[in-house]
Design a binder for this molecule. Structure first.
Ligand code: NIG
Ligand code: FE
Length: 445
């Protein structure tokens, strides 16, 4: 088994080595104290959100990067199953690899200077209005090379993998002109080929109106529709099309126009909705058949009911609420209304600079009052469904990819309770296992 620090070199994060491939490795994980997983290939809302499979004293057999069998210790013995490579889970909890379905992974430059403004009470939209916020990152991202964007994101992906994330959505949206949006999406494509974390690309040209179009939103929308969307689709660089439906950014009608146009080019709609104001983005997302509506801090009953009817998944981002000092979304009402809830980091340099999905899981327990079982579903099968990957990942079942987390924890309750620290002991991606070192290694000895 490889030790953790070799990951970067093995997968070319620094030197852009060979492409990641499914190795024909077989693997047997024995002595699993608790195997916890949702089941099926679809998002789960209502009471199904909290219904998961728990198998005690379990084993998992992996063949060619896919899950081949799962069962109990007694079945393992009876069938005399063996493998060249065996991992003893030492009685730990094992779950599916975590899926982060909403990140703004591609950008250059952090924005720690905004912290002082925020502490003085200057609002998020106010900072954006003054040319800061997202637009500050746009300036830095435009100035960065493709290689620089890849290198910055690869470091984040290393951390995410070490924290249990094996699949992740990644948005463009800090380029805001044709070439820089294409550059951002090309970075995602390259990372997907070379890094072990699998990426799902989203085009987000409608993240903000760039400075050169200030006061000319309609013209910028034309650029998105006539140049960006067709070229992104032609090059096959994105699966989803996301828009920031927000007061002073893109209105409900403008958002609808952009998303419907994307649909014509084969891009599936998503929306940042009701993040700062209750504008009606949730209902709009439901109307255009969006796979997910995200944020939803100020979603109304009407918006929730519309999403429930259309089967739109709610991707909730509690670390953003925490960081913005905002309210927390009504997760319980959404689940009760039958809307499947997924959880994501929203990782970005402004509203949410954390890449820890574990922190997000903890916040969902504390602030949304979601149960550990509901949270697990939210960061596995529901998250996978929110980015169109539920048939491949998101549960531990024969035929799915062997993406797993072995936790330094005996059960699910433990990971919801021991917050603020990385509890991943081992992460397995497509059957390849990596241990997270427990002991510090002295630099000079
Ligand atoms: O999801 N709201 C829009 N986009 C991001 C924030 C981006 C930024 O602040 O740079 C979000 O919160
Ligand atoms: Fe976001």
């Amino acid at each position: 088994m490889k030790s953790w620090p070799r990951t970067c070199r093995d997968y070319g994060c620094q030197r852009w080595g060979g492409k990641v491939q499914l190795r024909e490795t077989d693997l047997l994980i024995t002595n699993i104290g608790v195997l916890a997983t949702p089941e099926g290939n679809e998002a789960r809302g209502g009471s199904r959100q909290g219904q998961i499979r728990i198998l005690k004293d379990a084993y998992i057999k992996v063949k060619a990067g896919l899950i081949d069998q799962i069962g109990t210790r007694d079945q393992l013995r009876a069938q005399q199953i063996t493998s060249e490579k065996v991992i003893d889970a030492e009685g730990s909890l094992v779950t599916p690899g975590l899926v982060d379905p909403h990140t703004h992974l591609i950008f250059a430059g952090w924005r720690q200077k905004e912290l002082a403004l925020k502490l003085k009470g200057v609002g998020y939209l106010e900072i954006l209005e003054q040319g800061g916020g997202i637009l500050n990152t746009v300036k830095n991202t435009r100035a960065a090379s493709l290689q620089q964007l890849q290198d910055l994101a690869a470091q984040i992906l290393d951390r995410m993998l070490a924290h249990g994330v094996t699949t992740c959505e990644a948005k463009s949206g800090y380029g805001l002109d044709l070439n820089n949006e294409l550059k951002s999406l090309q970075a995602i494509k390259k990372l997907n080929e070379h890094h072990l974390v699998e990426l799902v690309p989203t085009f987000m040209g409608a993240h903000a109106v760039p400075p050169e179009y200030k006061g000319k939103t309609a013209d910028y929308i034309q650029l998105i529709k006539e140049e960006m969307i067709p070229e992104v689709a032609r090059q096959g660089l994105a699966e989803f099309n996301d828009v920031f439906c927000e007061q002073g950014v893109f209105s409900v009608d403008e958002s609808k126009e952009i998303l419907e146009h994307g649909l014509k080019h084969g891009l599936s709609p998503k929306a940042h909705a009701e993040e700062i104001t209750a504008l009606g983005g949730a209902s709009m997302a439901a109307k255009v058949g969006a796979i997910s509506a995200d944020h939803l801090i100020y979603a109304t009953d009407e918006g929730i009911n519309d999403m429930s009817r259309s089967g739109t998944i709610a991707v909730l981002l509690p670390a953003t609420s925490l960081n913005l000092g905002a309210d927390f979304a009504r997760a319980g009402d959404m689940i009760a209304a039958g809307v499947p809830v997924a959880l994501a980091t929203d990782f970005n340099p402004g509203s949410c600079p954390t890449d820890s999905l574990q922190l997000v899981m903890n916040l969902a327990g504390m602030k949304y009052k979601m149960t550990p079982e509901e949270v697990l579903t939210a960061v596995t099968i529901n998250a996978a469904a929110a980015i169109g990957r539920a048939e491949k990942v998101g549960s531990i079942e024969p035929g799915k990819q062997a993406d797993l987390v072995v936790w330094d924890a005996p059960d699910l309750d433990f990971i919801m309770y021991r917050f603020g620290t990385n509890l991943v002991k081992m992460v397995v991606k497509k059957g390849q296992a990596f241990a997270i070192p427990k002991k510090l290694k002295s630099i000079f000895s």
